[in-house]
Design a binder for this molecule. Structure first.
Ligand code: C2E
Ligand code: MG
Ligand code: MG
Ligand code: MG
Length: 283
């Protein structure tokens, strides 16, 4: 089950591969019950203002405390939940939980919630978001939905409610962020037409920043993305900031927000307020 096997995976017998598939699907099937029995929870990671003058945010990240398998990270159950469709129910739970948590932080940070492409194609999304905001009293400007660049390209298919749904949500005053930007080979000129309010530069570019073997490429990419995003009226967030040097360079390059272990790892809902207060006091 451990995914640490790495390259040795390819040498496994088909039987082992089948067994792992069975495990994956068993997880997806167990998901709805896990939601009911309280095995899922959210951690929150700060998104700090690099340039100054903007309110901070937090990102909600789902975890599964599995009774037999221990703590599961999203990469172990989100992809299969997307395949089986269980992601729609999980996504509804995440949205609800995150919006209620955020509403309990008075004048607190906006909360960013990851949304899968299946949810964008689900006709219930706009109503669910509107209801969650109404019930909790969270103002729309304190909610941001994150959708990966790859998923955004999938919303282009004809007959599906994708782009219209995102436009409607943006018109409600909710933030729309393009997650993992730079990994999806999308047409940069299209950025202008997306109903997005911010762009999250993928952690791989941040990791390459200042890396001796990577040359200046990552820096050039970031400069271009900042220019494009700002021209399109979007803010820019850099993901995966692990060092003070990366934070400094990204600030110099005009990146608006930063997120990463350098500031804080994802923490529990109980701890996030204290962590945010500490980060705010450091400035
Ligand atoms: P993401 O939305 O790009 O979230 C950022 C991921 O990077 C998180 O991993 C976070 O813990 C990790 N991270 C943050 N700072 C650093 C850093 O400095 N270094 C490193 N190495 N990693 C850092 P996590 O929590 O394991 O989530 C992985 C992905 O799973 C997320 O990527 C997102 O795509 C997905 N995901 C998480 N929660 C949800 C959810 O509620 N719904 C959906 N649909 N997807 C989710
Ligand atoms: Mg995200
Ligand atoms: Mg990301
Ligand atoms: Mg990611």
């Amino acid at each position: 089950w451990a995914k640490s096997a790495g390259k040795a995976d390819f040498a496994l017998f088909d039987e082992d591969r089948n067994a792992r598939e069975v495990h994956r699907y068993a997880l997806a099937q167990a998901l709805p019950a896990a939601l009911d029995s309280g095995e899922m929870f959210l951690d929150y990671q700060p998104i700090v203002d690099l340039a100054g003058g903007r309110p901070p945010m937090v990102e909600a990240l789902v975890r599964w405390r599995h009774p037999e398998r221990g703590l599961l990270k999203p990469e172990e159950f989100i992809p299969v939940a997307e395949e089986t469709g269980a992601i729609v129910e999980l996504g509804r739970w995440v949205l609800d939980r995150a919006v209620r948590d955020a509403a309990a932080w008075p004048d607190g940070p906006a909360v960013a919630v990851n949304v899968a492409v299946r949810q964008v194609h689900d006709y219930g999304l706009v109503r669910e978001v509107a209801t969650a905001l109404e019930v909790s009293g969270l103002p729309p400007r304190r909610l941001c939905l994150e959708i990966t660049e790859t998923a955004l390209m999938d919303t282009e298919e004809d007959g599906l409610p994708g782009p219209g749904t995102l436009r409607t949500l943006a018109d409600m005053g909710i933030g729309i962020a393009v997650d993992d930007f730079g990994t999806g080979y999308s047409n940069l000129a299209r950025l202008r037409d997306l109903p997005a309010t911010s762009l999250k530069i993928d952690a791989s570019f941040v990791a390459d920043l200042g890396h001796p073997d990577a040359g200046d490429f990552a820096e050039s990419v970031i400069i271009s993305l900042v220019a494009l995003a700002h021209a399109a009226g979007m803010t820019v967030t850099a993901e995966g900031i692990e060092t003070a040097d990366q934070a400094r360079r990204l600030t110099t390059l005009g990146v608006d927000y930063g997120q990463g272990f350098h500031y804080s790892r994802p923490v529990s809902a109980e701890r996030i307020e204290a962590v945010m207060a500490e980060l705010g006091a450091q400035k």
